[in-house]
Write a protein that binds this ligand. Structure first.
Ligand code: GLY
Ligand code: MN
Ligand code: MN
Length: 464
């Protein structure tokens, strides 16, 4: 937990941005896995963590904007709980740690909300992402589950985004810790990427590294020799020479801040010439995009800059042709990179995505594209100091997509479809780093993780 004033200041700041009413921030409850007493690993709601800091289930935080008061509602453990879970500090003692003086049990919350509604006060809620919350809110607000969404407050969403997207020095230190754990995960993955291994041996090993150093992984590990499937969570392939292996994995610290790193390596530790050509194109896009990060530039412009660098690299190997700027304008690059350059990152690996992607990545000055590939760009708006985001260009050879575009002769002035046929067995490459926007430019977070061809080959030579 951070120092008490951090939470007090955050609550003060969000209340100052809302005209009136009650801000209702639900903590998470335990969620059953395959029977009630067998639960998923508990993860607190990120907004609850941000404003109320307590990492325990069944709590509700309330901020009363009009009376400038904060409350935590939750039930103290009873003897049955103590037998199974051990002693727990009282809710009121935990609340004091985050600067909240007023606490009460959950029954009192129902009365509190009913009273506020009677007085015609506005209740602001955030969008829901768990069924349990919809039921809890329907009960509290005395509406049907279908009407809960009517209480979602755009003012609250915008206020939370404006605060959470600017990371302070303590949050940045936590994210750096998460990247440092990812360093161990990724160098281990590289050193294990030899023929005969099954993907799950590597995925399981690096998940263990995350668990041993902090929290669980920050999202389910993507690890595959079929990196052309962007979010490939199946880990059953046996590694063979000639394939590239994508590892997209990050850790969560004990304070629940995330990292999100991708590295792609040649099985067996040595790049062949074909792999070098595509890898260097993606690496150049990653490096040039990072170099361009600074306040005042729109991330969408950096996305297209990276696309141009990728096109140049693919022209070098003969897969693309023609004028680079015209190819990017025609979005011909989306055949190879049908996703966005990156997203914000913090408590959530796609930070604040639960509040709505467009509130996080776009604003009045930057509207989201709807065209193929570019529509997946989650972050397009102008950068400000304090924003943390990922840079993750990729190049994928997706046979079904290649066949579709080829059958339509799509962008054939920019794509060499004959040569592309010979790449259908290539797989995919992604290279992802976590970057802080600073006042003067940018800072690559954490200990540098090998990413040049030479660095990767040198790391992999130290086989595990
Ligand atoms: N880890 C998923 C992503 O890179 O967005
Ligand atoms: Mn990732
Ligand atoms: Mn990412």
């Amino acid at each position: 937990m951070f120092q008490t004033h951090v939470y007090t200041n955050r609550r003060k700041a969000v209340k100052s941005q809302i005209d009136s009413g009650i801000l209702l921030i639900l903590g998470n409850q335990e969620a059953a896995y395959n029977y009630p007493a067998n639960t998923y690993h508990f993860r607190q709601d990120s907004n609850f963590l941000y404003f109320f800091g307590i990492d325990l289930y069944n709590l509700v935080g309330v901020m009363d904007v009009d009376n400038d008061k904060d409350y935590i509602f939750g039930n103290d453990v009873d003897i049955e709980d103590i037998i199974w879970m051990g002693p727990q500090p009282s809710i009121s003692n935990q609340a004091k740690e985050v600067g909240v003086k007023d606490t009460a049990n959950l029954e009192a919350l129902a009365t509190f909300i009913a009273e506020a509604q009677k007085q015609g006060r506005k209740i602001h809620i955030q969008p829901t992402y768990r069924g349990e919350h919809i039921i809890q809110l329907a009960d509290l607000l005395n509406v049907s589950h279908k009407e809960v969404k009517d209480y979602v407050s755009i003012d609250l969403i915008k206020a939370i985004v404006s605060l959470r997207e600017i990371k302070d020095e303590f949050e940045i230190a936590e994210i750096e810790k998460a990247v440092d754990i990812a360093y161990d995960m990724h160098t281990t993955s590289m050193r294990m990427a030899y023929p005969g291994r099954v993907e799950r041996e590597i995925a399981g090993t690096i998940e263990g590294i995350s668990l041993a150093q902090g929290g669980p992984v920050s999202f389910p590990i993507i690890l595959s020799v079929h990196g052309e499937t962007l979010h490939n969570h199946a880990h059953g392939n046996v590694l063979e020479l000639g394939r590239m292996m994508v590892t997209d994995a990050g850790a969560e610290t004990t304070m629940h801040y995330a990292s999100d790193i991708t590295r792609t390596v040649p099985v067996g530790g040595k790049f062949n010439e074909r792999q070098k050509g595509i890898y260097q194109a993606v690496l150049d896009a990653n490096v040039k995009a990072i170099e361009a990060i600074k306040p005042g530039i729109k991330y969408r412009d950096i996305h297209f800059l990276a696309a141009g660098v990728l096109v140049d690299g693919l022209k070098k190997v003969g897969l693309m042709k023609g004028d680079t700027a015209a190819a990017v304008k025609a979005e011909a690059h989306t055949l190879f990179m049908p996703h966005g350059l990156g997203h914000q990152m913090g408590f959530d690996v796609h930070d604040m995505e639960g509040l709505g992607e467009n509130y996080v990545g776009y604003d009045e000055n930057t509207k989201r594209a709807t065209t193929f590939g570019t529509a997946y760009l989650r972050m397009g708006k102008e950068l400000k100091p304090g924003i943390v985001l990922t840079v993750e260009p990729g190049c994928y050879f997706i046979p079904a997509l290649i066949d579709e575009w080829k059958s339509e002769n799509k962008n054939s002035e920019f794509i060499n479809y004959d040569l592309l046929e010979t790449y259908k067995d290539f797989g995919g490459i992604r290279i992802e780093d976590d970057i802080l926007v600073t006042k003067s430019g940018h800072h690559v977070l954490g200990k540098p993780i090998p990413k040049t061809i030479e660095e990767i080959e040198a790391t992999m030579a130290n086989k595990l």
